[in-house]
Design a protein around this ligand. Structure first.
Ligand code: TXA
Ligand code: MG
Length: 343
């Protein structure tokens, strides 16, 4: 873990110089750059291989910095910020005129959040102090190559992007483990663009109004085809994917499906939350048990998929969690990983 003041000072200096710094957050690791510097932001797109029209989230030191970045902030957003920041909630708002289009993917909206990881907060506070009174924010997408699994440890970041990044701050394993909930407040009705640890129910309890849902996968809503909606790469089916093809199977048919694949000579790597490993588990490439509780499952999901992906199996078979609201974000990520595998 990196808590040392020299490393933080070095990180701030690198950010001020337009360099990239990877930082831990409570959700996943981010690939950070000075959000007010379009050239620094261009470096993020180059390192990730991400298309330039996909907007980035701007991370702020505190909710008090919101007005420097966002315009026309509705009262409900202040209530949500008070309830959930620092935390895994990203809010999409009309941007202030000065906010570079490089960071918003050319759109007139900006995504902002205050992350809950202590090291991220320390870095953001130090960066803001160095910049004051000018606005300071760190633009940071997940620190993976475009379309790949988000990193939840510093080692994941090093494996994938080590050569592109000036400094990786190590904050240990991410507690939440999947990306933040994104809610769009820039248009008439609030809408969840990406499900996460903070659920539609959590948001409705604070705002009094249930947000609409873009039909993240693994829920009953319809898939989003709203052309006026901003582009969200997280909304592409082909996202968050391991290299090994990944397939989902219901608990009820799980052992039958495994037996069928074994008969077909497939080398299978398994991720199971309730299914018990068969006696001859040795005949599988790998078997990983994962907790049957949504928060603990989310926390381990990406590291588990990376580990299974590394086994060189023909197929990763995942036992599908229950399709219940509390599991929505996890089921969403699993469905995306499976969609990539079959395309
Ligand atoms: O938990 C997280 O959100 C992590 C950590 C590092 O904060 N970040 C993350 O970033 O997942 P990224 O770039 O992998 O995904 C950010 C999502 C993208 O789907 C992007 O399109 C969306 O946020 N987004 C950002 N600004 C937006 C905007 N103005 N309008 C619509 N979507 C936006
Ligand atoms: Mg990402």
């Amino acid at each position: 873990m990196d808590g040392d003041p020299d490393r933080l000072r070095q990180a701030v200096e690198l950010l001020l110089a337009g360099e990239l710094v990877a930082l831990p957050t409570e959700t996943v690791y981010g690939l950070g750059a000075d959000a007010a510097n379009p050239e620094a932001v261009a470096g993020i797109y180059a390192a990730k291989g991400r298309p330039a029209d996909h907007p980035l989230i701007v991370h702020l030191a505190a909710a008090g910095h919101l007005a420097q970045w966002a315009a026309d902030v509705p009262p409900a957003v202040h209530d949500l910020a008070a309830a959930f920041w620092p935390g895994p909630l990203t809010l999409i708002l009309k941007k202030q005129d000065w906010v570079p289009l490089a960071v918003t993917g050319g759109q007139d909206t900006v995504g902002v959040r205050v992350p809950a990881h202590p090291l991220a907060l320390e870095l953001l506070a130090a960066f803001a102090a160095a910049r004051a009174p000018a606005p300071a924010g760190i633009a940071a997408p997940s620190a993976n190559r475009f379309g790949r699994i988000s990193p939840t440890t510093a080692a994941h970041v090093r494996e994938e992007l080590g050569e592109e990044i000036s400094l990786i701050l190590d904050g240990g394993s991410c507690e939440v483990g999947i990306e933040s909930t994104i809610v769009d407040f820039s248009r008439a009705a609030p809408e969840i663009l990406r499900p996460g640890a903070i659920t539609a129910g959590d948001i409705a309890r604070v705002t009094g109004v249930p947000p609409r849902s873009r039909g993240g996968r693994g829920e009953s809503g319809t898939a989003g085809t709203d052309d006026a909606a901003p582009r969200v790469p997280g909304a592409l089916a082909a996202h968050y994917a391991p290299r090994t093809p990944l397939r989902l199977a219901d608990s009820a048919v799980f052992s039958a499906e495994l037996a069928r694949l074994a008969r077909a000579g497939q080398r299978v790597a398994v991720l199971a939350h309730s299914a018990a490993a068969p006696r001859d588990a040795g005949s599988f490439s790998g078997w990983r048990a994962i907790p049957a509780e949504p928060a603990a499952y989310a926390c381990q999901l990406y590291a588990s998929l990376r580990a299974l992906d590394a086994l060189g199996a023909d197929l990763i078979l995942v036992e599908v969690p229950p399709v219940l609201p509390a599991w929505q974000a996890v089921v969403d990520r699993l469905c995306r990983a499976a969609a990539k595998a079959s395309s």
